[in-house]
Structure formats: C-alpha cells, structure tokens
Design a protein around this ligand. Structure first.
Ligand code: SF4
Length: 459
C-alpha cells in the first residue's frame, strides 16, 4: 500500500468512490492467535471482506483495517493478544482495530479500558464483521459487542471457499465445550456445544473440492461433541456423507476425546476409505489420580481400551496425543505413571505442554502448584521420549510404498525437493524437478531423515 495514509472518514465511501479517490481498494489485514478453529474463522472473515470488495494484505503490511483473532488458552496467549492489538495500532494509527475471539470474549472490559481496539466482538457476530466495521466507520463510536457466550445456543455459520497458502483445508464444524476440564478456560470463552448443520458443511467441502482441495481436516472446539445438540446429525453420518464427495481424497479428523471411540464408531469408520488412519486422542495425563483432578472423563484403562479398539480395525494407525506435565499435585511417582503409560500405548507422536496456571479455572485455585523447574525437567524428558516413539513409528514404514499428498516445494543444494504427508501423517520428502504441489503420488519410503522420510517417487 502506498504510504498515502487515507483520511479515515473516507472509509465511508463506497468501494467505487474510494477507488476513484485513492486508486486502490480498502485494505484489511488479519492476525490469528491460537487454534485451527481460529484460523478457519479468520479465513472466513477475510473472505467476507474480499467478497465485499476489500483487499487482504499480510500483517507486516500497512492496512486501513486490522482484525486480530485473539486467544486466551494461557496467560501468555492473553499477553500476546494485547501485544498484537497494539502492534496493529502502531502500524497505522488511523486504522480501524477489531478485537475478535477468546481473549476479547473474556477480557472485553479490560480491552475497552485499553482503548486500542475500536470494535470488540468476542466469539459471536464474526459473520457480520464487515457490517460492524462499516457501521463503526459511520458512527465512529467505540463498539463493544460481546454477547454472554453461555446463552448462545445456535452455531454461527461461516464459510470458506479457499485456504490461503495451504493445500489442506481446515473445516470448522463445531463450537463450544461442556467438559469443563479443571485447567481449561475454553468453556468460558466459547460457551456450550453447538454443531454446524451437515448440509452447510457438505456444501462448503464440495466448493473447496471443486477449487482443487484434496484433503480436509474436520475441526472444532470439542469435535467429539459434534451432533449431540443437533437432531439427526452425528460425526459418523457427516463422515459418511463427506466420503461420497467426488474429488475429495482424504478426510482427516482433528483432536478427539477418547470417549467417542466405540466399536460402533470404529467399525463404521473403517468402511470410509477416505478417512485417514490418524487419530489424535487427547490424553493429558497417564495417571488416574491426575486425570481425576483434571476432571477428565475417562481412566487410563478406558483410554487404552479405545486405542486397542482402533488397532483392532486399523493396521498401524497413527495414534497421537496431548499431555500436560506438572499439573497441580503431580508427584514424581504420578509423573512416572504417565511415562510408563505413554510407553505402553506406544504413541506415534506426542505434544507435551507444561501446565500453565490460567486465572479463572478451577486448577488455578489449587494450592499444590508444581515448581517451574520440575515442570521443565518433566517436559524435556517426555518430549525426548516422544521423539523416540515417533522415530520408531516412522522407521516401521521404511520399505513401504505409500501415497503422499504433496504440499510444498523446497530447494536444497540447488535441487528441487517436495514435501507432503501420508494418510497416517508421516512427513515425506522426494527429489523431483516437476512441481508436485497439491498432487497425490505413490512413494517408495527409503530412509528416515530427522522427522521425515526420504523416498523415491514411483511412476
Ligand atoms: S475438552 Fe477440556 S481441554 Fe478441551 S476445550 Fe473442553 S474443557 Fe478445554
């Protein structure tokens, strides 16, 4: 954007008049913190602006309007959200600043006082963001439109027809959570469970597939709750319907609660060949006493049963997970229970998080907080174990011939290489001069190189 700062009042002009005066479109830029659901929502908000004649630019560029999709999963995320709002203001002091998302939802009073954001909308009204911005530009009154999220019953529809700079499309199908894990603030920022209509999801995926996307990832705040609040809907039914979409090659599931894994669920899933054999089953701890303090709704025995159920139907599925170390009250003995359980399940990879005290949660009020150094030691130890398990899993596929969806091209020693993922989420790299981006190719898996496999393209 030329540095010709515009007179903010002129943002009232319609696009044609604005273009005539400034020789360019009105420009928005976005910044997303947090999860895949947030990323999906930002894509959808960007596309709403674009469909109204605005131009989107990367966040490092100057814009007339900045939309910051905030996160509040940790105290650090809160701090980062505030920083990004100020950063946007510094980029263009005349820009309209919009605070959206989880931090805006829980801290809108504080944000109002900070006065950096001109418009504050929490986790509702994202589908009317363009109108809210245009109303603000006309009225010029700071707008705080945060609803009581606990009273929101209907899923707010958003829509995407493309995904910037990506081959895989994350599709939001669910919002809210009723679990109230004692360490988590999300039920207070996202409210109660709400599922997206199956037809809306199917239409969106059809549109994306027509635009060339071959893989979708279904995501939500608590995906396992999909359909529980919607008559006639269920994750199984939706997957069956999506599987019949021509041109769609792969359906990957986002993070799942283990309790969704039943014989009925898995025996149906295995019949849907497009569903990837990759299950991210969130564990959080391998110790029953800690799971109870976390208010998680399963025991390690039940968790292991579910994993075994998946392995009874799928050959070498990828089972990945999240684990929190240093949860209040976690003794060395309890931590060692987690270590042994992780080895017993033999995960293909694990995401390790150090417990982060989050004001407003039950666990934050516990007196038995674990020392930071102990948390650090345990996380380093478990990350190393996770790396070892990942290497073991990848090594087990050397010599296999697997289909890979190529996503990126890179230059190494002036030679063209391409990276992508198998359906069980193994990262593969091949040498080839042709552009393989967004194509599915059969690859002979040869050698493990760090956390990926070097392979040969099969004709
Ligand atoms: S399931 Fe637990 S950790 Fe996940 S969003 Fe809900 S409350 Fe948070």
């Amino acid at each position: 954007m030329e540095d010709a700062t515009i007179n903010r009042v002129d943002l009232r002009l319609n696009n044609k008049e604005f273009y005539k005066k400034y020789g360019r479109k009105k420009i928005i830029s976005t910044y997303t913190l947090g999860c895949k659901v947030n990323q999906y929502e930002t894509e959808a908000m960007e596309q709403k602006f674009e469909s109204e004649g605005y131009e989107t630019v990367p966040f490092n560029q100057k814009a007339d309007i900045y939309v910051i999709n905030t996160c509040s999963v940790t105290t650090m995320a809160d701090k980062k959200s505030r920083q990004m709002l100020s950063k946007a203001k510094k980029k263009n002091k005349d820009a309209v600043i919009v605070a959206v998302g989880c931090y805006a939802q829980v801290a809108h009073e504080k944000l109002k006082k900070d006065a950096v954001a001109d418009i504050i909308i929490g986790n509702t009204r994202k589908n009317s963001i363009v109108k809210l911005v245009e109303d603000y530009i006309c009225k010029k009154e700071k707008t705080n439109l945060v609803d009581n999220i606990h009273q929101v019953k209907r899923y707010e529809d958003l829509w995407i027809s493309k995904v910037n700079h990506k081959t895989r499309a994350y599709i939001k199908i669910q919002d809210g959570c009723n679990q109230f894990c004692s360490f988590c603030i999300i039920p207070y920022t996202r409210g109660r469970i709400r599922s997206r209509g199956m037809e809306d999801t199917i239409h969106e995926v059809q549109a994306l597939t027509e635009n060339g996307y071959k893989e979708i990832v279904l995501t939500g705040i608590h995906l396992a709750s999909y359909g529980k609040d919607l008559e006639g809907a269920s994750l199984s039914k939706l997957l069956e319907r999506l599987s019949s979409i021509q041109g769609l090659k792969r359906i990957r599931l986002g993070s799942l609660e283990p309790n969704i894994v039943t014989t009925e669920f898995v025996s149906h899933l295995i019949t849907l060949k497009k569903v990837c054999p990759h299950f991210h089953l969130s564990l959080q701890s391998g110790c029953n006493a800690t799971l109870e303090r976390m208010n998680r709704k399963y025991t390690t025995e039940q968790y292991l049963d579910r994993v075994q159920m998946i392995r009874n139907y799928y050959k070498e599925p990828s089972i990945t997970t999240d684990i929190i170390v240093g949860f209040p009250g976690e003794t060395e003995e309890e931590y060692q229970q987690t270590v042994s359980f992780v080895e017993k399940v033999n995960f293909s990879s694990i995401h390790v998080f150090k417990y982060s005290k989050r004001e407003g949660t039950v666990a934050a009020r516990r007196k038995d907080q674990v020392d930071g150094n102990i948390k650090h030691e345990r996380s380093q130890h478990l990350i190393a174990l996770g790396e070892k398990l990942k290497q073991n899993y990848i090594n087990g596929f050397i010599g296999y011939k697997k289909k890979v969806l190529f996503e990126e091209s890179i230059q190494l020693d002036n030679k063209a290489y391409h990276t992508g993922y198998t359906n069980n989420y193994i990262k593969v790299i091949v040498r080839n001069d042709q552009n393989l981006e967004n194509s599915i190719q059969r690859v002979d898996l040869k050698i493990v190189k760090n956390d990926m496999v070097l392979g040969n393209l099969l004709q």
